[in-house]
Design a protein around this ligand. Structure first.
Ligand code: ADP
Length: 465
């Protein structure tokens, strides 16, 4: 960038200097020519006043000194018809030639003074002519000096011009270096900050530059670095959550597997239980494998809910039919725990994913039965509230202490670990509920009192058909 600025700046400057020099030389040469012509006219006026028109004119001009160009100035005197009366270079002159048609002659006759330049056959060279009409006679006086165009005058001032061009370019070169350094300094500062940031990405901070546009860029870079930082933090947090999840899941799986292994080793180690103990062992092993299956299913469900690539087909679901089906499947568990299941469901059709809605209600119903008291009640109400689906599952169970209410939606969090294990809980049910509710941009609310019961209210917006 510095080089480019330097190059542009210098080329513009050199072109300007050369153009100015050319124009200057032209103006000066025109000026010199005009001054020379004026000098020539003055010479002629002086000659006119000094001449004796009665005497021999040829004799008078031969011995004439010139202030214009002593060596090569040529004087000629014509009569009013253009006929030569006298000439400095008489011997070379053709007296028969008439000069009435020469430009300087015609102008002198008409306006009193005339100028021109052209090739002279007499002198054999380019000449500058000035002619005046005499104030003291009818004659026309003319002076001519060699002239090689304006170039002649230009050459006189060329050394000075070249010297000043050289001086200007040297000066311009150093100014250009200073200017380009000044212009590129903010850029270099920004690059330095960014390089430092790469090695130590704590805080990206730029000094304000004198350029508005550059400040916009540095502000954008700061915003971008903030977003990247936040995004990295989010990724780091997600990575930690995942790691924790895998650690917990492995731990959860280890418990039933260790238990199954214990029973098996006991049997293989020569322990011969009676028929009843054997049956009990088998039942326990079966329970543990069931627990493993539930755990794996819950883990799969969570991973599906978290994966954006997973396809979630939507269908129209008749809530009354779904509820009937769920109540029927939970009835045995309810009876086993002496719980009464009450269902109030409005004839609602929703457009959603069947597996997710079923999982959501199942988890809430299962908890309401599992953490209930004998002869307790579970009431499920499904209704529409302002076009949103509202599912309320309320029980008369053990309730949840206030301190745990915010935590029960966390993965693997249990209020009473022993009770959860006993009833086949995985600690993932409410976490799945929260995920599904979020999937539909909904909300879940809990009201609970220890020993009195709990009420879970889920709102799923805009899915009612
Ligand atoms: P779990 O598989 O252990 O039931 P959840 O995520 O479904 O896991 O529930 C987390 C914890 O919240 C449970 O272990 C339980 O202690 C408590 N809990 C959930 N639902 C209820 C409820 N209806 N009544 C009382 N406690 C509940």
């Amino acid at each position: 960038m510095r080089k480019e600025i330097l190059k542009r700046f210098l080329s513009v400057l050199i072109i300007t200097i050369l153009a100015t020099a050319g124009l200057f030389m032209f103006t000066v040469s025109v000026y010199i020519r005009n001054t020379t012509q004026e000098d020539m006219r003055m010479n002629l006026l002086m000659l006119d006043s000094g001449l004796n028109y009665e005497a021999d004119l040829q004799e008078q001009i031969r011995s004439l000194p010139s202030t214009v160009d002593a060596k090569s100035a040529r004087y000629t005197i014509f009569d009013s018809d253009g006929k030569v009366l006298a000439d400095t270079f008489l011997e070379r002159y053709d007296f028969t030639e008439n000069h009435a048609d020469r430009k300087e002659f015609k102008d002198a006759v008409k306006k009193g003074v005339g100028y021109s330049n052209r090739y002279s056959d007499t002198i054999h060279g380019e000449m500058l002519y000035t002619a005046i009409s005499s104030l003291r006679s009818d004659c026309i006086l003319r002076i001519a000096i060699p002239f090689r165009g304006n170039i002649e005058y230009m050459n006189r001032i060329l050394p000075t011009i070249l010297l000043s061009i050289f001086a200007s370019i040297v000066l311009a070169y150093f100014s250009a270096i200073r200017l380009s350094n000044k212009l590129t300094k903010p850029f270099q500062d920004i690059v330095a900050v960014m390089e430092r940031y790469q090695d130590d990405p704590k805080e990206l901070k730029f000094d304000q530059t004198p350029y508005e546009e550059l400040n916009i860029i540095t502000d954008a870079a700061i915003n971008m670095s903030e977003s990247v930082k936040e995004y990295t933090k989010k990724l780091e947090f997600e990575r930690m959550v995942r790691q924790e999840f895998f650690a917990n899941a492995s731990h959860e799986l280890k418990t039933p597997i260790t238990s199954i292994r214990g029973y098996m080793e006991l049997m293989l180690g020569g322990f011969t239980p009676d028929e009843e103990t054997k049956r009990e062992f088998m039942n326990r092993v079966l329970n543990e494998t069931e627990h493993i299956t539930t755990l794996i299913n819950d883990i799969l469900m969570i991973s599906q809910l978290e994966s954006e690539a997973y396809e979630v087909p939507f269908v129209d679901i008749r809530m009354t039919l779904l509820l009937e089906d769920l109540i029927a499947s939970f009835q045995p568990l309810a009876l086993q725990n002496q719980i009464q299941l009450i269902c109030e469901c409005k004839p609602i059709v929703v457009h959603a994913n069947m597996k997710q809605i079923r999982e959501l209600i199942s988890n809430l119903l299962s908890n309401a039965i599992k953490y209930n008291k004998p002869n307790g009640k579970v009431i499920i109400t499904v209704s529409s509230e302002g076009g949103d689906l509202k599912i309320v599952v309320s029980d008369t169970g053990v309730g949840i202490p206030e301190g745990s209410q915010v935590r029960i939606f966390e993965r693997f969090y249990r209020v009473d670990k022993g009770r959860s294990r006993k009833v086949g809980g995985t600690g993932l049910g409410l976490s799945i509920v929260k995920h599904i509710v979020h999937y539909y941009n909904g909300s879940v609310q809990l009201i609970s009192k220890v020993d009195e019961g709990s009420t879970f209210t889920c709102i799923l917006p805009k899915i009612i058909v």
